[in-house]
Ligand binder design. Sequence first.
Ligand code: AMP
Length: 190
Amino acid sequence: MLNLVLFGPPGAGKGTQSNLLIEKYNLVHLSTGDILRGEIAAGTALGMKAKTLMDRGDLVPDEVVIGMISSKLDNNSNSNGFIFDGFPRTSAQAEALDNLLDEKGTSISAMLSLKVEDAELIRRLLSRGEKSGRADDQDESIIANRINEYNTKTAPLKEYYSAQNKLSEIKGNGTVEDIAEKLNNMIDTL
Ligand code: AMP
């Protein structure tokens, strides 16, 4: 199986690149943000609880997102592999993911980390917010909180994957096609 963690701050281009990678490598896209927004749209109890945190730009509790990923892995057991987008975001999530994959006799193949300057992230998120109406993309103080959550809780996971020799860092500037080519080249060496 090819199991990729597509990593980077909010606005780095993880969703856009995931959509290209799932086509090319025939993978299942698991975005915890998308799954949570689906729960909100469906008006579930889980969605309602998550919404309060997401609207502030705070992380949702580990056990909630780990449970969601666990059931998605079970439901797609015959796939070629997975792209994890926006997950893991904390050390507890990274450890849980390793354990879940281990139980299925597989593991993470690589973490592909997209690097983009803060000013560019803010510009991209505000522009996305205008088009999508996503509340957490429309307010600079919420965006700043999300970037702060990333820097304090999520960015340290690069160390976690680097210690397993699985970290590849890629500059996330340039056109969508340029970045896709860099990701493809990296994946083809795996
Ligand atoms: P995203 O679509 O990945 O930018 O996520 C949007 C929001 O969903 C985040 O700001 C968090 O509130 C929540 N979220 C998504 N994925 C996770 C995760 N793995 N752990 C905790 N919270 C998450």
